[in-house]
Design a protein around this ligand. Structure first.
Ligand code: ADP
Length: 160
């Protein structure tokens, strides 16, 4: 049987333990998971694409079936290129739902063979997002419960 590959798209600026929780869950379902960094985001990211890929690779070292890549076009095209069968998204709260629902339906219209799979993280990560982590780090707060030690170190360097 061919390998079942899923892509997990996002900005990951930076990668958090909430993202890692979703990756771990995805690994139990799929043979291969490609974390896909969207490079066409309108927001100006704090970390470059290369920095984000390095930080993700450091965070997922213990998962040999996971890797990170960047992509600038339409997500469903990238998924097709990789022969992925699914798009993984994390659902934290009802507030995520409307946007995620729209995007999943649009992606299904664009490419009917790719299924969006929503995974819920451990409750302790439901309030966590990259923006909050950056804000706490900027003002010198402790972020060690939210990100890997390497991400924490690189965030401290950014705000020195
Ligand atoms: P965005 O797509 O808004 O840039 P991110 O790059 O932060 O968001 O996240 C990518 C994906 O990871 C999204 O599906 C998002 O819902 C999910 N995600 C982000 N933070 C968490 C978290 N703390 N727990 C679970 N899923 C999360």
């Amino acid at each position: 049987m061919s390998k079942r590959c899923a892509i997990y798209p996002g900005t990951f600026d930076p990668f958090t333990l909430g993202h890692l929780d979703i990756v771990e869950r995805a690994c139990r379902i799929f043979d291969e998971v490609i974390i896909t960094i969207a490079t066409n985001a309108r927001k100006k990211p704090l970390f470059s694409v290369e920095e984000r890929i390095d930080l993700i690779h450091d965070a997922v070292r213990r998962f040999p079936s996971v890797r990170a890549e960047s992509f600038g076009g339409l997500l469903v095209d990238f998924a097709r290129q990789k022969s992925a069968v699914a798009i993984i998204r994390g659902l934290r709260a009802i507030s995520d739902f409307e946007f995620e629902f729209q995007m999943a339906l649009m992606n299904r219209r664009l490419q009917k063979d790719i299924t969006t799979v929503f995974l819920m993280p451990n409750e302790k990560y439901t309030y966590l997002n990259s923006t909050i982590v950056k804000e706490v780090a900027e003002f010198g707060g402790d972020i060690s419960n939210f990100v890997t030690p390497e991400v924490a170190r690189r965030l401290r360097d950014k705000f020195k």
